[in-house]
Write a protein that binds this ligand. Sequence first.
Ligand SMILES: Cc1cc2nc3c(=O)[nH]c(=O)nc-3n(C[C@H](O)[C@H](O)[C@H](O)COP(=O)(O)OP(=O)(O)OC[C@H]3O[C@@H](n4cnc5c(N)ncnc54)[C@H](O)[C@@H]3O)c2cc1C
Length: 428
Amino acid sequence: MDYDLIIIGAGPAGLSFARLLADTGLHIALIEKSSLDDLKDPAEDGREIALTHLSEKLMKQLGVWNRIDPDFIAPIKRAQVLNGSSSYALDFTRPSEDMEALGYLIPNHLIRKAFYEEVAQMENAKILSDTTVVNVNTHDGIGTVTLSTGEKLTTSLIISADSRFSETRRKIGIGAHMQDFSRTAIVCRMQHECPHEATAFECFKYGKTIALLPMNGNLSSVVITISSQKADAVLNMDDDEFNAQVQKWFGNKLGKISLVGKRHSYPLVAVHADRFVAERYAAIGDTAVGMHPVTAHGFNLGIRGADTLASEIKYALAHGKDIGSLDVLKKYEKIHMRVTKFLYHGTNTIVGLFTNETLPAKMARKAVLRIANNFPPVRQLIVNKLTEAGKMGRSEIAGFLPPLPGLSTLPKPPKLPSFPPRFLQSRL
Ligand SMILES: Cc1cc2nc3c(=O)[nH]c(=O)nc-3n(C[C@H](O)[C@H](O)[C@H](O)COP(=O)(O)OP(=O)(O)OC[C@H]3O[C@@H](n4cnc5c(N)ncnc54)[C@H](O)[C@@H]3O)c2cc1C
């Protein structure tokens, strides 16, 4: 075999998965179509990633968090959800004084840069940049990855981390549920007169959604979700018109508001793979599940899934098992599907409710906000899911288990919670 494991795609999911396997001695290749310069210093892409406490914990363990300049790590201490033109808000604050924030906002390009720097110094990983994977197959107990140069690499296990529109997942024969919202997210940074006080706002206006996510200083990441038909008009507005429009949409809450840098746009398509694994194959990150960004779960789920799969691989290695065998990979699929499936469909349903302009839907939105505000158990549940505080990564759970003679004698790991409706985990 050329490599024990080949990861296709060095985005946040592929890089974090490689980093999680640093202490395994596995001979790993990461294949990425972007240039080395882009990996070393990724361009700012307008995405500011809201991270849960679990992601923070994993990133700290992996040495990635400390590589990010603290000036670019912004705490989110409060979150408000507004509906239509009403001033009634669903309001969340951090549940205790001990908790500094509900979550943290970090620019995507800095997360990618920090992960790249960690992986670049791993002795057991090689990054092949400027290289596109054009084919994959897993015949005769061997994984084969074909590069655009025509070269074929063999491996025990192929990992696809090549985005939600993964060609390699399709080539392995795994289908996916896709939901095209025919909407576009326009993202940019904006400066404002009044302080945001570390509050994230999500305003479900009729016809569009506007989120303001607090960055350090009087700066916010603005996310406008709008019908794709109208997106070009917003993208093409001159800066003065755009500033005035956002200020108006946002009801002047933060005073005068002005664009900093460029506007970026992303078509909104959510994807959930039918399966995450096959013989000698696993899908991670957005290739496994690519979420609508309104609940900001994408990378949080990506790193959580990577941690789960890495733990199963480490367990297999410790017990002399084949890391590419289906029984090893199926455990990852079972655990991660339990987390993702409900979240994915729940989020899509809520997006449907909050973008439906019929009268019953508008009334249902109002009811939903009031119920969530006024019933303490519902609020608590939402805050718990919002922060993922106190949640353990799979690797930590495995750390509690005694050395094992065989699977049959394994004590049951702590039961993962079932996932309640998450429609109000707005953008976090
Ligand atoms: C507007 C917006 C806001 C978001 N906000 C949040 C948030 O607040 N919180 C959160 O957790 N998530 C958020 N997300 C989601 C998050 O950005 C994604 O979940 C995350 O980037 C997915 O990482 P990935 O590595 O799986 O895929 P990608 O980032 O898509 O990376 C895939 C990599 O694979 C490479 N590649 C593709 N095909 C090939 C090939 N054939 N050969 C070689 N290389 C290949 C690509 O070049 C790329 O580098 C947001 C997304 C958007 C669009």
